[in-house]
Design a protein around this ligand. Structure first.
Ligand code: M6R
Length: 606
């Protein structure tokens, strides 16, 4: 993971570099540092912990005036998260910041030790700076080319050479690196929010391209130093999207943004009574031949995929398998020429999902990516992309990104079903009309926020929690449970309600919290029976159902009733109270909601 930035231009680089880093803290927050280039030297300042610790240190010292700096915020992979291992890392002539993992660093380190290099840190990055220093003979492009030829793994590097003033070099492979093009100033960053305050124009650096940034120019060259013409893209969202706008946390803001995110995802694709969009590179002829679909994703995106399986199978009758990417990539999956692989990823950078995509492509299987971040690695490499348009999501706990992933799966399935003539016009019309109501239904649920807070007050001191549900509700239980554990550190487990009696029920004792998700009217009575089974063993049940549910209030002291639509569409809005519940529990416990311990937003390591 990690976030890297670089600034060169008309302004004081320190402020701009730190500002950029603050916007990348979602990528890791174990340590942070900057390297400032001035007339005679390169000054490095690093601190353990979040960017605010680095800022405190910088405020205590007088820094030289400078217009050129690189910076880093770290999610530790190799070496402890301490000040020593923080980036930037320097070896003699080379100072650099790195995002990625160098898989052959141990071998390279031995080779360099034989050349009398010694290593101060435990990082894989120091091997890169030493290697580059070893190759640097006054020709930076040659040194970069020789270095990266020896590297195995992933890297995005921002590089300063001691004797080359006012120039930042950059190179990347399998880790994102974006060049922001401003007026008399240019930027380097792992993600666009780092510079969107200053410019909306950007270039994505691809494998085997080297960027040379100066105050008034950006040159992209190949590994032989030959210039490459690159398209300058423009961001279509603004700074406001990157602010908390009065919300106490990004997570809460993003939960409340769900109605708008859904509208953006539906825009032009979902009409009043129909769906209307095309799949890039995926014509009807190809869709007709699909025999099986594999959905591959991680974490929350995988939970969206589990819901997607039910949706696709119901609407298109095409069988679907769902697998977490870290398993899929190593299990030698059975893939046939007429299969379709759907990758789901908010960031579009998750290393395991990216590897799964590459595996599918290598086997010549058509890949369709459902991605939020525009021009991310997965979006660029998939055969076809369906952008979810949730807007930037900063909280580590994914909320609005999940909802639009599920929405995307409804839209894609309806479109497939329509194209394959597997759905009657009347049915399609009904689903489209109900989907169009979703943003306003979610708005109604957001009004239950205070009620949900009151339930959080009942449960936040508990140490263990269970989430149960059947069918689609089990997928929601999985997601509700993940949301709770990742931000509140309460141990939680999701269980298929009907499976409780085969083992898990032995864990239920007096006051054990059990959150029952019961959106599916068709099996409501079955779920209710399971809820009663845990109540009779002393569980403290919180039931989430819809307004039509008849509940015996003697048994169910805590329940929340949501608006009713149809069972099939419930995942789109039943998730919202679970997100709010997790948020309030974590907030009442005083947890670091947007940046939970040990996690990062983009998991770019396997
Ligand atoms: O960016 P991606 O959607 O590929 O990320 C996948 C998971 O890392 C992510 O959903 C993770 O599980 C979230 N922290 C959950 O809230």
């Amino acid at each position: 993971m990690c976030g890297i930035v670089g600034y060169i231009g008309k302004n004081n680089c320190v402020k701009y570099t730190l500002d950029g880093l603050k916007h990348l803290e979602y990528r890791g927050y174990d340590s942070a540092g900057i390297a400032i280039q001035n007339k005679n030297s390169i000054k490095i300042i690093k601190e353990c912990g979040k960017i605010k610790e680095l800022i405190k240190s910088i405020e205590k010292i007088k820094l030289p005036e400078s217009n050129c700096a690189i910076g880093h915020t770290r999610w530790a992979t190799h070496g402890k998260p301490n000040k020593l291992n923080a980036h930037p890392i320097r070896t003699n002539t080379v100072t650099l910041v790195h995002n990625g993992v160098i898989e052959n660093h141990e071998i390279l380190k031995k080779e360099l030790e034989n050349k009398n290099y010694s290593f101060k840190t435990q990082t894989d990055t120091e091997v890169v700076s030493a290697l580059m220093d070893n190759y640097y003979k006054k020709d930076p492009i040659k040194a970069i080319e020789k270095t990266i030829t020896k590297l195995e793994g992933s890297y995005a590097l921002g590089i300063l050479f001691k004797d080359i003033k006012d120039t930042i070099f950059a190179v990347a492979k399998n880790s994102p690196l974006i060049i922001g093009i401003g007026e008399d100033e240019n930027f380097l960053a792992s993600d666009i929010p780092a510079f969107i305050n200053h410019t909306k124009n950007y270039i994505i650096l691809e494998k085997d391209e080297i960027a040379i940034l100066k105050k008034d120019s950006v040159k992209i060259v190949n590994l032989k130093g030959k210039p490459i013409g690159k398209k300058v893209e423009t961001v279509n969202w603004n700074l406001e999207t990157t602010k908390k706008n009065g919300f106490s946390h990004y997570m809460l803001k993003e939960i409340f943004e769900q109605p708008e995110a859904l509208k953006r995802c539906f825009n032009k694709r979902l009409l009043k009574t129909n769906v209307n969009f095309e799949f890039e590179n995926l014509p009807l002829e190809k869709i007709k031949t699909i025999k099986k679909i594999h959905i591959v994703a991680c974490g929350t995106a995988m939970h969206a995929g589990l819901i997607g399986k039910s949706i696709i199978e119901k609407l298109t009758k095409i069988p679907v398998e769902v697998e977490v990417a870290s398993e899929f990539r190593y299990k030698d999956p059975i893939l046939n020429a007429d299969d379709l692989v759907i990758l789901i990823s908010q960031s579009g950078e998750t290393a395991d999902t990216l590897a799964a995509l590459k595996l599918a492509k290598k086997r010549k299987i058509f890949t369709l990516a459902i991605v939020n971040v525009v021009a991310s690695s997965i979006a660029r490499q998939a055969d076809s992309v369906f952008y979810t348009w949730a807007g930037p999501e900063f909280a580590v706990a994914s909320t609005k990104a999940f909802t639009v992933q599920v929405a995307a799966l409804y839209l894609i399935s309806l479109n497939f079903a329509k194209m394959l003539k597997k759905i009657k016009q009347e049915e399609l019309k009904k689903y489209c009309e109900l989907l169009n109501e979703m943003p306003s239904i979610i708005k109604k649920i957001l009004k239950l926020n205070d009620e949900i807070l009151n339930y959080a007050k009942i449960f936040y001191k508990d140490k263990n929690m269970f989430f149960i549900g059947r069918g689609l509700d089990y997928c929601l239980a999985l997601e509700g449970s993940l949301k709770l554990k990742e931000i509140s550190y309460i141990h939680s487990e999701a269980c298929k309600a009907g499976e409780l009696k085969h083992g898990t029920i032995s864990l239920i004792e007096k006051n054990t919290p059990v959150i029952v998700v019961a959106s599916q009217n068709e099996i409501f009575s079955k779920t209710l029976t399971n809820a009663k089974e845990v109540i009779s063993r002393g569980a403290n049940v919180f039931l989430i159902c819809d307004e039509t549910a008849e509940i015996d209030e003697k048994n169910f002291k805590h329940f929340l009733k949501l608006p009713k639509t149809i069972d099939f569409l419930a995942p789109l809005y039943f998730i919202v109270p679970l997100q709010l519940f997790a948020y309030h529990v974590a907030n009442l416990k005083g947890c670091n909601i947007d940046k939970p311990r040990n996690l990062a937003k983009s998991v770019t390591v396997e």
